[in-house]
Ligand binder design. Structure first.
Ligand SMILES: Cc1ncc(COP(=O)(O)O)c(C=O)c1O
Length: 466
């Protein structure tokens, strides 16, 4: 085929060039891993992804807890196309736009009561939302006359994003490792993880020692320098859907409030209905000062995240300098926020938040037989944010040697069976511990849940032959 300068011929030719480059191992995209070969996804429908080589995969991880409403919902694309042909972009330095304003109001209405007169700051993803919250928390302390407060406290064994500020507050050992010399140390407290309690205690006799760690830390020598505390209400990638025991969230909220430290709930993974409520913090009735979203905000149809800011923080800015010293070119993008509105329209029209609890129940029931497997240590989670941890020894909960790469082997075997999962290593101590995350779209059927369980069973049989 000859190269043509324009028109459909050029389009056909460029696809051919891309395919030819891939076939000759001369791909142009900088990959996540040069040693892994990725299939090329060409189409999505419901809970399924179809690839160029004619295979199809059941998306049991929602592509990293992103695709809440399912793949291939045509009306989302239509709404985005209409907005982009009417007004694709207007800079927030000069204009506000209707879709962003509308989505902001809808998110605030879904949030806890203290957000009713709050505001929303839209970003292009979760890491930007975390960066924004880190800076907002610092500037808030300046606005209220507490210039000594700048540290953002967080937890070990956590993940808040990949940019340097977000990585600074993250406690994910592997993801931090190469950048360690570049990261500030603002203070990481104990994780809340009952299956491998950092204090080797058991709930409720532990009396929430992990929450009290925040009190000791925030009240320690540097007490006047803490600006905020950030945590994932349900720890996603790093701990494989570890939800806190009763009382933890409210104890944390009480400590933050008492010590003048803002509470930032990172709901990039757990928010937008994934746990069965709009935001996971609503399971425990707490009111953080800031809530972060990403992933499900536009369900993967557009890059979109958000920082929801409660009324008390907004007031401090209004009464103070009036201007947040921060900004991104693409914040509150009209097409991305249109995608967010269209996703919420779809969620409302199909009552999708209400489907999370029964879908989660069906998934748990389907996974039940796996509990008997000699290497399945724990199946945990909240709503459709679930995790399975694999252990060498069930009685002692001892993990496999990290070098065995168990979770990656399980991911690969499950993929061979046609099921996509999200594997991570390090849940025990940052290095050891293997788990996979399951976070399917809210539309997952009981039959699809059974298929996930059967495929995982076959994958385990391959990875751990008798
Ligand atoms: C809890 C949490 N916070 C922040 C992020 C970062 O979001 P993004 O990858 O969209 O930058 C993630 C991503 O996995 C996450 O799970």
């Amino acid at each position: 085929m000859r190269l043509t300068a324009a028109g459909s011929g050029a389009k056909r030719e460029s696809v051919t060039i891309a395919q030819r480059r891939r076939m000759s191992n001369e791909a142009a995209l900088f990959p996540r891993n040069f040693h892994k070969k990725m299939p090329v996804a060409v189409r999505g429908e419901g809970c399924w992804i179809f690839t160029e080589d004619g295979r199809k995969y059941l998306d049991a991880a929602g592509q990293a807890a992103v695709v809440n409403i399912g793949h291939g919902v045509a009306e989302i694309g239509r709404a985005m196309a209409a907005q982009s042909s009417q007004l694709a972009f207007a800079s927030t330095t000069q204009f506000h736009s209707e879709p962003a304003e509308k989505l902001a109001a809808r998110l605030l209405a879904m949030a806890p009561p203290n957000f009713r007169n709050g505001r929303v700051y839209f970003t292009s993803g979760g890491s930007e939302a975390t960066e924004t919250a880190i800076k907002l928390a610092r500037q808030y302390q300046l606005e209220i006359g507490k210039p000594s407060r700048y540290r953002i406290l967080s937890r070990r064994q956590s993940y808040h994003g990949n940019t340097l500020g977000a990585m600074t507050v993250s406690g994910n050992v592997a993801r931090r490792a190469p950048y360690e010399p570049m990261l500030a140390e603002w203070g990481h407290i104990a994780p809340c993880f009952c299956y491998h309690c950092p204090f080797e205690k058991t709930f409720p006799q532990c009396e929430l020692a992990c929450a009290n760690d925040l009190d000791s830390f925030a009240g320690g020598g540097d007490a006047d320098s803490a600006a905020a505390f950030i945590c994932e209400p349900v720890v996603g990638a790093t701990l494989g859907a570890a939800a806190p025991p009763e009382g933890y969230a409210s104890r944390i909220a009480e400590i933050c409030h008492r010590r003048g430290v803002l509470l930032i709930a990172d709901e990039v993974m757990s928010g937008m209905g994934r746990t069965g409520k709009p935001f996971a913090v609503q399971h425990w009735g707490i009111e953080p000062d800031i809530i972060l979203t990403g992933k499900g905000t536009a369900s993967g149809y557009a890059p979109l995240g958000a920082m929801l800011v409660a009324a008390n923080v907004v007031e401090a800015f209004k009464k103070g300098s009036g201007a947040f010293m921060h900004g991104f070119t693409y914040q509150a993008h009209p097409v991305a926020t249109t995608a967010g509105n269209a996703v919420l329209d779809y969620i409302e029209a199909h009552d999708l938040f209400a489907r999370v609890a029964p879908a989660s129940q069906a998934l748990i029931e389907a996974l039940m037989p796996l509990r008997a497997h000699r290497h399945v240590g724990d199946i945990r989670g909240l709503g459709l944010l679930g995790g399975i941890e694999f252990v060498r020894d069930k009685a002692t909960r001892a993990p496999f040697d990290a070098a065995e790469g168990i979770c990656e082997k399980i991911r690969a075997a499950a993929m061979e069976e046609g099921v996509l999962t999200y594997p991570t290593q390090g849940c025990v101590d940052g290095k050891h511990g293997d788990h996979i995350l399951l976070a399917p779209p809210f539309i997952i059927t009981p039959e699809e849940s059974s298929l996930i369980a059967r495929s995982l069973d076959s994958a385990l049989a391959k990875v751990f032959p008798e």
